[in-house]
Design a binder for this molecule. Structure first.
Ligand SMILES: [Fe+2]
Ligand SMILES: [Fe+2]
Length: 270
C-alpha cells in the first residue's frame, strides 16, 4: 500500500495570496502534478489539515474542485485553520465521518493492509490543538477493537514539542494521555501530523511520529524558544508512506521542478 500525505495547503479565495505573498493554489497544483507523475500511483491521498486558510466555503470549493480530479481516493483531516462544520457542508460525500461532533474516522478497506484512524485535534477559534478526555476515550476504544490490525493514526497537531518556540506555543494539549494510549497499542505503526510545515520526526509512547511538509510555505527553522514567527519558501513537498512487509517506510518528496532523472552511468559522458 502506498499513501501520499499532503498537509497545510492553506487554500485562499481566488485572487488572494496567503500572507500577501504565497500563491497556495499554484503550489497545490505543483504538488498534484508531481503526484500524478509518480511512477507508482498511491492508493490513497491523505490531507492532514489546514486544508484552507480561513475555513470559508469558497476556499473549500476551490479545494474540492481540485480533489475531484485526483485519480485516487482522498481523506481529509481538519487543522486549526479549518472549520469542521464547513467541511461537513462542503464535502458531504466524505466517507466514514459522522454527521455531528468531532471529525474522526476509521478508514479500512478489505484490500488495505492498514487501518487508518483520523483524529480531530481542533479547538474551534484557537491555533493550539487538544486531545480532551472524550477524544482520548474514542481513540482508546478504536485501538482496543482491532489490536491486531496495523494502524496509521493521522491528526493535525503533533503530540511533541519541536523546538520552534512559537509553534510549540500552539501545540497539542492532552499529549500525555495520547502517549499512554499509543504506548499500550503496538499496532500503531506510525502517527502522521501536519501543522509544522516541516518534516520532523519524533518518538511518542514508543511509536514513530512525524509531521509533513506543507505543499506551499514552510515555517522558518529556528529552534529558539522566542523564535520569531516567520515563514520561508524553501522547496515544498509531501510524504509518501509505503507499507512494506510489516512496517511503514516514509519518503520525503520535493515537488519543485528538478532536472533529471539521469542515468548514473552515461557512456556519452564517460
Ligand atoms: Fe498550517
Ligand atoms: Fe496548523
Amino acid at each position: 500500500m502506498l499513501i501520499a500525505q499532503f498537509s497545510d495547503l492553506h487554500i485562499k479565495p481566488a485572487g488572494k495570496l496567503a500572507y500577501g505573498r504565497v500563491d497556495t493554489m499554484a503550489f497545490l497544483d505543483q504538488a498534484l502534478a508531481h503526484l500524478a507523475a509518480l511512477p507508482q500511483r498511491p492508493d490513497l491521498l491523505l490531507l492532514t489539515g489546514d486544508l484552507v486558510d480561513a475555513g470559508a466555503p469558497d476556499e473549500y470549493e476551490r479545494l474540492h474542485e481540485r480533489l475531484r480530479g485526483v485519480a485516487m481516493p482522498w481523506l481529509l483531516i481538519p487543522g486549526n485553520h479549518d472549520s469542521r462544520e464547513q467541511m461537513r457542508a462542503s464535502f458531504p460525500e466524505h466517507p466514514w465521518v459522522g454527521r455531528t461532533g468531532f471529525w474522526h474516522f476509521v478508514a479500512q478497506e478489505a484490500h488495505w493492509p492498514l487501518r487508518i484512524i483520523g483524529l480531530d485535534t481542533v479547538v474551534a477559534g484557537e491555533g493550539r490543538g487538544e486531545i480532551c478526555a472524550e477524544r482520548l476515550a474514542w481513540l482508546r476504544a478504536r485501538l482496543e477493537e482491532a489490536p491486531d490490525v496495523p494502524t496509521l493514526v493521522a491528526m493535525h497537531h503533533p503530540p511533541f514539542d519541536t523546538g520552534i518556540g512559537h509553534m510549540d506555543e500552539i501545540g497539542l494539549a492532552g499529549r500525555e494521555g495520547f502517549a499512554e494510549v499509543v504506548a499500550r497499542h503496538p499496532q500503531v505503526q506510525l502517527v502522521v501530523c501536519g501543522h509544522l510545515h516541516r518534516n520532523i520526526r519524533a518518538t511518542v509512547g514508543g511509536r514513530a511520529v512525524m509531521t509533513a511538509p506543507s505543499t506551499a510555505h514552510a515555517v522558518a527553522l529556528d529552534l529558539a524558544p522566542d523564535a520569531a514567527s516567520m515563514f520561508t519558501l524553501e522547496p515544498p513537498g509531501y510524504l509518501l508512506h509505503w507499507w512494506n512487509d510489516g512496517s511503514i517506510v516514509t519518503h520525503h518528496v520535493c515537488t519543485a521542478p528538478a532536472e533529471g532523472p539521469y542515468p548514473f552511468h552515461d557512456p556519452g559522458l564517460d
